[in-house]
Design a protein around this ligand. Structure first.
Ligand SMILES: [Zn+2]
Length: 490
């Protein structure tokens, strides 16, 4: 009990509220912070000039969406966001680089502290700064837009940044959270003491930095858009002159655009002391699937035979991998899975020719469809780029060569009797009966005809060889059609 209480107190976390700007709760200071050491660091850091070579920090971006594309975080938007964050961090001597393509996560969309830890545990990419963009974050306290962890809390693999993608100025909010990740306090922090407006206690109070003016916390008001117009006074009666543009303030997120030199120095201080584990070379294996056959034309009862090329770049530590086939009549959607295959990966292979025979759903009418092959649909391999695991071809279904009413093959030798009916009695009950020549009923299939072109396959393996009559009965219409067929098997 004692231990868990201590853990709660030291568990440092910063929230940003989506409803009223930021609402970070932070409860701990760096237990190892040495003011003299930092002052020395600050002096030498300030003497270095801008334009120095920056250390590259690999980041892994994870995007969790229930509907593909819902976040609007395309690869381009993510790159632009990272570039803007890099602009804010320009003086900090570090530069964030995207490590592999953004990772896609499907499933649960609302996160709180516990399941965010689980999410991170399942998806954490070592030696990179892991940033999760999710649809929503809940907390008992309020609507929450994101949180992250100070460098002196937790182990490297349990430290991450998570934020809601439903937030204005995502780059500013992300910079704020990364600021905490690199040890920055809020400009209005007061747990070390309230910073006075004249800056006389700026080293020991507030955010422990002297070039960030004392800040009373903008949640109390005093802003006209991003300008301070308030009349707040500090504990000794002096007027505040805070900076609403500071990224570590609680000004509305669209105001946040600046970090000071001392903030930049503190970021670099933690970069070179505590956060030395972000060293990934960002070299991951990769699958790339393609096909030289952009389109196929079939009759609805036929299989689709497609040959794919699978390029395998790098070392895949698996003996086999799955390929799913999706079918959609809308180019913008994957649609439904119609087939799952498992392929073996011979050791050391770099390219594979894959031939698939795909069982097309017989109930699709004359139309154009989109068939998408997806390699490693469960993301079992951590890849450089997941977007190239998909390849889509168009499939044109053309039943025009078939007569309006036909039963085939005839004779039937493979135990599958196919029936095709084309008429415009679109929606109707439809029953199939199979009789022998003595009038005995052998099989009944109840169906529903919901489109003009109707295909049905009936398993006739239970029938002996011989002549039969198939009756297609439309009970709603009071009519029947009959077809003779002959079954023979060898
Ligand atoms: Zn914060």
């Amino acid at each position: 009990m004692q231990k868990s209480l201590l853990f709660t107190v030291l568990y440092s976390i910063c929230f940003i509220s989506s409803s009223f700007g930021q609402a970070c709760l932070e409860v701990s200071e760096d237990p190892n912070f040495d003011q003299e050491e930092f002052d020395g660091f600050l002096t030498s850091f300030a003497n270095k000039k801008k334009g120095n070579i920056k250390d590259q920090i690999p980041i892994t971006v994870h995007v969790a969406e229930s509907v593909q594309g819902a976040s609007g975080l395309s690869n381009e938007v993510i790159k632009t966001t990272i570039n803007r964050v890099n602009g804010y961090f320009n003086d900090a001597g570090i530069e964030f680089i995207l490590c592999g393509a953004p990772r896609l996560i499907f499933g649960e969309q609302t996160y709180f502290r516990e399941n965010a830890d689980i999410l991170n545990g399942q998806n954490y990419v070592t030696e990179t700064l892991n940033i999760y963009f999710v649809e929503g974050i809940t907390d008992p306290n309020s609507g929450v837009g994101g949180f992250s962890f100070f460098p002196w809390t937790r182990t490297p693999e349990t430290r991450y940044v998570i934020m809601s993608w439903n937030f204005p100025n995502v780059a500013g909010v992300l910079a704020h959270e990364i600021g905490h990740y690199y040890g920055l306090y809020h400009t209005h922090a007061s747990f070390l003491g309230v910073e006075l407006a004249d800056g006389s206690n700026c080293r020991n109070a507030g955010d422990q930095l002297c070039d960030t003016p004392a800040d009373y916390n903008f949640l109390a008001g005093g802003l006209d858009r991003c300008k301070y117009v308030g009349t707040f006074k500090d504990p000794v009666g002096n007027d505040y002159n805070p900076n609403p543009k500071n990224i570590m303030s609680y000004a509305p997120s669209n105001c946040m655009s600046e970090l000071t030199l001392e903030q930049s120095a503190r970021i670099n201080f933690y970069h070179t002391t505590d956060i030395t584990y972000l060293t990934s070379e960002c070299s991951f294996p990769d699958f790339l699937i393609s096909s030289s056959e952009p389109s196929k034309s079939i009759r609805a009862d036929e299989d689709i035979n497609v040959t794919y090329d699978l390029d395998i770049d790098g070392d895949i530590k698996l003996n086999e991998i799955e390929v799913y086939f999706w079918l959609s009549d809308d180019q913008t959607e994957l649609g439904t899975i119609i087939q799952k295959e498992t392929i073996t990966l011979p050791p050391g292979s770099t390219t594979l020719d894959l031939d698939f025979s795909i069982d097309f759903p017989i109930n699709r009418s004359t139309n154009t469809y989109y068939l998408t092959a997806q390699v490693d649909p469960e993301f079992r391999v951590l890849e450089q780029e997941e977007g190239n695991n998909l390849h889509t071809i168009t499939v044109t279904v053309d039943n025009s060569a078939l007569e309006d009413q036909v039963v085939f093959a005839n004779p039937v030798s493979n135990n599958i009797l196919k029936i095709f009916l084309r008429d415009n009695s679109t929606k109707t009950e439809l029953n199939f009966y199979i009789w022998d020549h003595l009038g005995r009923l052998h099989k009944t299939v109840n169906a529903f005809k919901n489109r003009d072109e109707y295909f049905e396959e009936i398993d006739i393996s239970s029938l002996a060889n011989g002549l039969y009559i198939l009756e297609a009965n439309f009970p709603d219409k009071g009519r029947s059609q009959s077809f003779n067929f002959y079954k023979q098997s060898f």
